[in-house]
Design a protein around this ligand. Structure first.
Ligand SMILES: Cc1cc2nc3c(=O)[nH]c(=O)nc-3n(C[C@H](O)[C@H](O)[C@H](O)COP(=O)(O)OP(=O)(O)OC[C@H]3O[C@@H](n4cnc5c(N)ncnc54)[C@H](O)[C@@H]3O)c2cc1C
Length: 305
């Protein structure tokens, strides 16, 4: 991976500067040698897009977590502003405190504080460990207590959190996370721009100005439509599903429609004032590169400032 030039400015600093929207990429820690190769290939291809930051997800068990830490250490050494995800799942307060220290020692001062899910997914009722934490708001507080220098991000849900069913409650929880010390939020993937703008409006109505960066994942295969719904409760608009269904057996056509829909979504979000675009890469670079160049070409004035 070629080192890129990263200033010491935090993501909060970047978001506070008027100017071009941020662009960032989410990666998953590699699970095998082949995965390692794919990850470095993807990062090598995406670094020329000059991401403002990259983030690395956090798994449900110890070996996954070690891989996340190793991966973030590598990214930091490569000069990338790196956000390590951290979840409350199966960890005591003492273990979470240690994880924050490990991140700090690895040079990772940006943490995405996320509750995580039970093994059955987001709709399985959450059972906090007696010696653990109940939710992401408590995790934000813990991170800030252990590493006051940390710049903390949190999750947000334009389609609503799958277990909540109450958009006002979701907005209040996001405002609580900001009060607890979070400096920015990244959303779950979504496809309906109005769902993002209504979330922003609800949060602003509570007097909370936390920047909310939309999380973007283009549909590149037909099977993803169901997976998105099952995994994250994401609403895919009926007309997009219908267009994709008409070409379901033609992979290239599905990809083209999915990328075009994602490009239109990104442009609309930027027009509505979104402070950046966070691309879910699935450790692959082609779709993200194509999508970002479509968005750049359609909104050149935003990126050339
Ligand atoms: C950007 C992003 C990155 C992610 N990265 C990862 C990852 O790396 N690893 C991973 O395992 N998962 C990850 N997830 C998935 C995440 O773990 C799940 O979406 C999880 O269900 C919610 O996490 P949260 O941080 O929003 O939790 P919380 O903010 O704690 O909310 C979870 C649920 O509890 C409810 N709740 C919270 N606080 C209160 C309260 N005070 N009163 C009443 N109800 C409350 C909320 O309504 C919601 O239904 C990510 C999600 C996002 C959006």
């Amino acid at each position: 991976m070629q080192p890129s030039k990263t200033s010491t400015a935090t993501i909060a600093d970047l978001l506070a500067r008027p100017g071009r929207p941020l662009r960032s990429f989410e990666f998953m820690p590699p699970r095998s040698e082949e995965d390692v190769y794919r990850l470095w290939q993807a990062t090598d291809s995406l670094v020329p897009l000059e991401p403002d930051f990259i983030s690395v997800t956090y798994g449900a068990n110890g070996s996954n977590r070690d891989r996340t830490l190793r991966c973030t250490r590598h990214m930091v050494a490569s000069g990338l502003r790196t956000v390590g995800h951290l979840t409350c799942v199966s960890q005591s307060v003492a273990e979470l405190e240690q994880a924050v220290c490990d991140y700090r020692d690895a040079g990772v001062d940006h943490i995405l504080a996320i509750r995580g899910d039970m093994p059955g997914g987001a709709t399985e009722p959450w059972l906090a460990r007696p010696d653990g934490l109940a939710n992401a708001t408590e995790l934000v507080r813990l991170v800030k207590r252990v590493n006051p220098q940390a710049c903390v991000g949190v999750g947000a849900f334009p389609d609503g959190h799958p277990a909540s069913g109450d958009l006002d409650l979701d907005a209040r929880i996001l405002a609580d996370k900001a009060r607890a010390g979070a400096s920015f939020a990244i959303t779950q993937l979504f496809f309906i721009p109005e769902h993002y703008t209504r979330l922003v409006a609800r949060v602003r109505a509570l007097g909370c100005d936390i920047p909310i960066i939309p999380g973007i994942m283009p549909i590149t295969s037909y099977g993803q439509i169901r997976r998105f719904g099952d995994l994250s409760g994401t609403d895919v608009p009926a007309d997009l599903v219908a267009r994709l269904t008409r070409v379901a057996d033609d992979r290239a056509a599905v990809r083209e429609i999915g990328l075009e829909a994602a490009a239109q979504l990104c442009c609309r979000l930027l027009d509505e004032g979104a402070p950046g675009l966070h691309y879910y890469t699935l450790n692959r670079s082609r779709a993200t590169t194509e999508l970002h160049s479509m968005v750049r070409d359609r909104r050149p004035q935003l990126w050339d400032r």
